[in-house]
Write a protein that binds this ligand. Structure first.
Ligand SMILES: C[S@@+](CC[C@H](N)C(=O)[O-])C[C@H]1O[C@@H](n2cnc3c(N)ncnc32)[C@H](O)[C@@H]1O
Ligand code: SF4
Length: 454
């Protein structure tokens, strides 16, 4: 427990400092480096309703604003192309990418025209958009489709204000069953460690997941920024408690990987918290496959070598920059070489295997000698299963320590996104205040309904 707390604190402080924006910089990205492969990340920042736990850059959907946005986004894709990027793969995240199908399809067509190197496209969505007719064209354009479910427990869905707009657990199951075969990989995003969630509830969620037919699941640990933590406490009537996380994680890991005959899902772990039905499934977590990526869209982060570039997180600010003919880059963070190496170490371990020969090839030493403090800390805490000149792999404890590191890095990014939100123009900030009021009202209504049922 002590090792986890220490790691959590150290990585948490480091990530908060690292992601804290240092202000304006040149409004463009550098050109790609020869021999490097960059994933393309495309952000669509609109949702029908906003969820209380979520700190991603997203705004309540309004058609006029979204049309202007998609237009600007396509212009930014062209700018990325003109810099010389030719990504092998694209990830469209949100927000809710499928919120305007005509705009999404037009954007993917254009993206494929600009970047013929793209072999596979991933896209996120929300449950109401799982409709065969709606997805007919998209299913030929996207190889991996990922729907956010979070939990199949109706009480939790009500508390997070997803039940009314995104459907009950039963409706979501039916929707997934009806479309999962349209895509090579169909992923379900879940979250564990909501206040009040028990190992039994997680285990039940996995039983329900198994009936959907989806062939992949990503089970995120709750990553609450200080801002969303307060809202969560109001909506869920409970503290976000990271002390409960390990038990929940072990429960879900065991249940996902146990053979079907023993009541498990019989899936394979493809990274610390993603599981696939097929052992050779493509590893889709873009953080694992690609260390470097270039981002288009409001609030996007580009990771290029040891540098991070962040795009304007105001909707209007983003569109205005592009309309003025510049890229949307608003700030630049230099990670430094040491942090760049830590990032690579964490990313490879997150993918469950660090290639030690490649490490020596790139940095001149095996990781045991090259990163003695980080390696030594993890080794002393029993993190490694295989630990030799070829590779490092993780024990059960090691997987959890890597999860703690990832959680703290994402909380660091979320904390910065929250801070940037307070700097948005008044009309954009007001949308969040209105949305938080709606989330609290929905949680209250859920309480009253639960009271009336008793
Ligand atoms: C950012 S959303 C975008 C796609 C879609 N709107 C959705 O709700 O799934 C992608 C996934 O990130 C995960 N997520 C968002 N906020 C999170 C948080 N604070 N902690 C853990 N996971 C989170 C959720 O599982 C969500 O489905
Ligand atoms: S979890 Fe998905 S639907 Fe909810 S606010 Fe975040 S991006 Fe939007």
């Amino acid at each position: 427990m002590l090792s986890e707390r220490l790691l959590s604190k150290t990585v948490g402080i480091g990530a908060r400092q690292l992601f804290r924006s240092k202000g304006e910089c040149a409004r463009t990205l550098p050109a790609p480096e020869a021999g490097h492969e960059y994933l393309l990340y495309v952000h669509i920042p609109f949702c029908d309703v906003l969820c209380p736990y979520c700190s991603f850059t997203r705004f309540p959907f309004r058609e006029e604003a979204a049309r202007r946005y998609f237009e600007a986004l396509r212009r930014e894709l062209k700018m990325i192309h003109d810099l010389g990027y030719q990504p092998p793969s694209a990830y469209i995240g949100g927000g809710t990418p499928t919120i305007m199908m005509d705009e999404l399809e037009r954007t993917i067509d254009y993206m494929r025209e600009l970047f013929p190197t793209i072999k596979e496209v991933s896209s996120e969505t929300n449950p109401p958009h799982l409709d065969r007719e709606r997805l007919k064209r998209l299913s030929h354009m996207v190889q991996r489709f990922s729907v956010g479910v979070q939990s199949f427990d109706n009480t939790l869905l009500k508390r997070m204000d997803r039940y009314n707009k995104y459907g009950s657990a039963e409706e979501i199951v039916e929707r997934i069953q009806s479309v999962h075969d349209m895509f090579d990989t169909f992923n379900v995003d879940m979250i564990f460690n909501f206040p009040g969630q028990t190992p039994e509830m997680v285990s039940r969620d996995i039983d329900v997941f198994r009936t959907t037919g989806a062939n992949q699941i990503t089970y995120y640990p709750l990553m609450a920024s200080p801002g969303s933590e307060k809202l969560m406490q109001t909506c869920f009537h409970g503290q976000v408690d990271y002390n409960l996380e390990k038990d929940l994680y072990n429960t879900l890991f065991d249940k996902m990987t146990a053979p079907v005959e023993k009541g498990g899902a019989g899936f394979y772990a493809t990274d610390v918290y993603t599981f696939a039905k097929d052992r050779d499934a493509m590893i889709d977590e873009y953080v694992v496959d690609y260390g470097e990526y270039v981002a288009a869209g409001c609030g996007g982060y580009s990771f290029l070598g040891d540098d991070i570039y962040t795009n304007d997180s105001s909707l209007d600010g983003y569109c205005r920059r592009i309309e003025e003919g510049t890229m949307s880059v608003a700030s630049h963070i230099s990670m430094g070489h040491a942090n760049g190496k830590r990032y690579r170490m964490g990313r490879e371990l997150f993918g469950l295997r660090l290639d030690n020969r490649a490490w020596r090839r790139d940095f001149g030493k095996y990781i045991q000698y090259d990163m003695p403090v980080e390696y030594g800390y993890l080794a002393a805490n029993g993190a490694f299963d295989k630990n030799n000149a070829d590779e490092l792999t993780l024990t059960r404890k090691g997987r959890y320590l890597v999860l703690v590191m990832m959680r703290q890095i994402f909380i660091g990014m979320n904390t910065e996104r929250d801070r940037l939100r307070t700097l948005l123009p008044e009309c954009e900030r007001k949308m969040f205040a209105d949305s938080a009021a709606k989330q609290i009202a929905a949680a209250k209504a859920a309480d009253e309904a639960a009271g009336a049922d008793q």
